[in-house]
Design a protein. Sequence first.
Length: 190
Amino acid sequence: MKSVDGRVMWIEAGLKELGRSGVDGVRVEVLAEGLGITKGGFYRRFKDRRTLLEAMLETWRLGRVAAVEEHAARGGADPRDRIAGIIKIYSTRVNPKGMAIELAIRQWARSDAAAAAAVLSVDAARLRVAEKIYRELGLSAKKARARAVLLYSFAFGQSLILLEQSPQERASLTAACSEALMDFTGHAAP
């Protein structure tokens, strides 16, 4: 059995609780009880709750940036294939736990500067990756930025609004949206 670093264990438990009950629910007592250990184990690894929250944000930020870069690289050399790959990953993998954490961090960011900075960093990385791919397709910086925002909006929006659709309806809508995001006809020169 693989041993988990003590800090990682607390961070993972904190992120799980964040997704379940928001930042106010991330309390040392709750996490210790859920982990079946004493609070003393927490204080051997973290100065205080705020230090844990900062570690959670950094873990989330680094993980999301690495994930988008990995997703973008999977499609191969053809930029269209990479965009299609990003769309496929975000539209076929519904991750309720990940989405709950994402939404909780975005809610937290409304009242906390560190959380807001983490969200801005992740958004910037996601948009930068998508924009770069659209630039490789020959779009101007302005149009590439607009397409990147559309792609990003679709990737996350569909995971929130298409939940009630059957798998077939979801796949059909996703395919149509994917086509629209890849259609460059009818547009002025890049």
